[in-house]
Design a binder for this molecule. Structure first.
Ligand SMILES: Nc1ncnc2c1ncn2[C@@H]1O[C@H](COP(=O)(O)OP(=O)(O)OP(=O)(O)O)[C@@H](O)[C@H]1O
Ligand SMILES: [Mg+2]
Length: 328
């Protein structure tokens, strides 16, 4: 359904070109959940913004294609992308309050999304388009119920500040679902929520995936969440995908030293003796990236070859790929 090929984009800043996304290949099949994990600043959010055509100035696409249902999204006009956003591709962000409009009632905001995309445009009759409004309202209440907002008839008339964080996120998901999107992009959708609410929201997204068959890309810091929820995982480092495969391949048998480091840095409940092992050093400055392996300075297994040239993606078998000479 979605196939990103060789995508490269950069921000033209005073410090030089910040290569936020570097030759990324990524694909999501219908009904598939793809997780993108990696440290802060490695290009996860920007990758999603590229799919939506929402990369902020001074960002520029340098190369690649983003094929969605057979058409390249990078070749679409602003207007065409506006139609696709929300209708075919929906998005859920980390902080619902930055997306919900504080001065409109929740129900109206769900309705608005259906109105913009003309979901009930064929419903005619009555004065002041009231038949269409009723159809939209009924659907909005139904959606609120579906995402687990209690007493949706009453809550329809609430303003966002009258909702808790978890309920706001549910409202956003209802907006996202209102046009039955084929692809849902979720950028850290549960990071701002406590763990019980987080589990409920993830279960809700799982239901959407299973019942509506929507493909999902989930960006998360939380490897546990990714392991539980995703069919496939892509690990990003400094704008590049360094490892990709089915969840059990990446989690049970991580190949790239960076993935191995990420997994070692998760606290475990079972083994009290084991200390958390952080990966030494930090993410490099993306403005100073060369072709060589960006993880080199932090890697215990690095050798000269890693510095000499660009590391290609190697096939580790059965669709498991890794960008590291250890497997070349
Ligand atoms: N508007 C911008 N102008 C310049 N650089 C930007 C801009 N937006 C993002 N970047 C740079 O692009 C890189 C990737 O950012 P991105 O937000 O995708 O990271 P991320 O992986 O989502 O991190 P986090 O986990 O913290 O959300 C970062 O180095 C960031 O500084
Ligand atoms: Mg981000």
């Amino acid at each position: 359904m979605l196939e990103i090929k060789n995508l490269a984009m950069a921000f033209e800043t005073e410090r030089g070109l910040v290569r936020a996304v570097n030759k990324v290949d990524l694909s999501v099949a219908e009904g598939e959940v793809m997780g993108i994990v990696g440290e802060s600043g490695c290009g996860k959010s920007v990758t999603l913004l590229n799919i939506l055509g929402l990369v902020p100035h001074p960002g520029k696409v340098l190369s690649g294609e983003i094929m969605f249902q057979g058409e390249d999204l990078l070749k679409k006009s602003k207007k065409e992308m506006r139609d696709i956003r929300g209708k075919d591709i929906a998005m859920i962000f980390q902080d619902p309050m930055t997306t919900l409009n504080p001065v409109f009632r929740i129900g109206e905001q769900i309705r608005e999304s259906m109105r913009i995309h003309g979901l009930f445009k064929d419903v005619k009759g009555g004065f002041f388009k009231s038949a269409r409004k009723h159809a939209e309202k009924d659907r909005a209440v139904e959606l609120m119920e579906e995402v687990g907002i209690p007493s949706p008839e009453t809550r329809y008339h609430n303003f966002p500040h009258e909702f808790s964080g978890g309920m706001q996120q549910r409202a956003l998901i209802a907006i996202g679902l209102s046009c039955k999107p084929k692809l849902l992009l979720a950028d850290e959708p549960t990071t701002a929520l406590d763990v019980t609410i987080q589990a409920q929201i993830l279960a809700l997204m799982q239901k959407i995936n299973q019942e509506h068959g929507a493909g999902i890309i989930l960006v998360t810091h939380d490897l546990g969440v990714a392991a539980e929820f995703c069919h496939k995982i892509a690990v990003m480092y400094a704008g590049r995908i360094v490892e990709q495969g089915r969840t059990e391949q990446v989690m049970d048998n991580p190949h790239h030293p960076y993935t191995q480091g990420l997994l070692r840095s998760i606290p475990k409940m079972s083994s009290k003796k084991d200390r958390i092992e952080p990966i030494p050093g930090g993410v490099p400055d993306l403005a100073e990236l060369k072709e060589e392996c960006a993880f080199y300075p932090r890697c215990a297994k690095a050798h000269d070859k890693c510095l000499s040239q660009e590391v290609p993606m190697f096939d580790a078998g059965e669709g498991h790929t890794v960008r590291c000479y250890l497997y070349g």
